[in-house]
Write a protein that binds this ligand. Sequence first.
Ligand code: BDR
Ligand code: CA
Length: 305
Amino acid sequence: IRKVLLDCDPGIDDALAIALAIGDPAIDLRAITTVGGNVGLQLTTENALRLREYFNADVPISAGSAAPLIRNVEDASHVHGVGGLGGAVLPASTLPVDPRHAAQLIIDTLRNAPGEVHVVAIGPLTNIALAIRLEPRVVEWAASFVMMGGSFTRGNATPAAEFNVFADPEAARIVFGAGWQVTMIGLDVTHQARANSDVIARLAAMGDLGTELVVPALTFYEDAASADGQGPAVHDLCAVAYISHPEFFTAVPAAVDVETSGRLSYGMTVVDFDPPLPNANVPTGIDKPAFWDYVVASYATHFTA
Ligand code: BDR
Ligand code: CA
């Protein structure tokens, strides 16, 4: 069983990734940290709290940074809805947020179990960068670091930049330069994981989880990939899937850096596939049938339990 800390900005696909991390019996979700991203920090935090109670999960949740390190706030409420969960409406939360800053919860969680906790970041990388600056040993303590973000072909926030990196390029640059290996689950691979009509039909059949959360969230969700009618890309689920099923992915070593001064390329991940010194592992392909079977099986634990 793999211990996981999830840093997120729910967010439709973040919500579905939280559902996956809680449902997957091979994952022990130890902490959730929130960051401003798809919507503002207050909403991403409230959404995480609501999801925790919806799934009856016992996991600390800390709020982190409301704003990027340097640039101005850039949200994606046009993609995720003003509340962040598309058409899904969950009951308001009643249980409290952990009073620690997210960066502190990251540090504490890793310090308490060095070498054991996998860090999965599926929002802008502000909290992760702050944790690294506050306590550089987090890089040694993490069992692995997997992020959803970036790409080696195209962007979605701009032609060059993917949203999570574009939302805080300076933070992403710190994270890639921290001396650990970053598994970069970029748009090149997440655009292959699409919730098409067959997938939606399978998820719709999953009791309350389907009718209350997955379907109202996903049917609202339009991203750059959905224009061709093949359904939206469930980006953040791929990062969680990578933790328990890396064998679903083909990946190559690379050196990744982030452009922080380009006019058209601000927030672009520049990927060298022939590097003298790789700092990243970049998935390029995904076994789609195995991935969706895994998602459906993990979600099934929520309504059979
Ligand atoms: C990423 O940006 C966000 O809108 C999604 O939640 C995902 O993390 C995709 O570019
Ligand atoms: Ca996200």
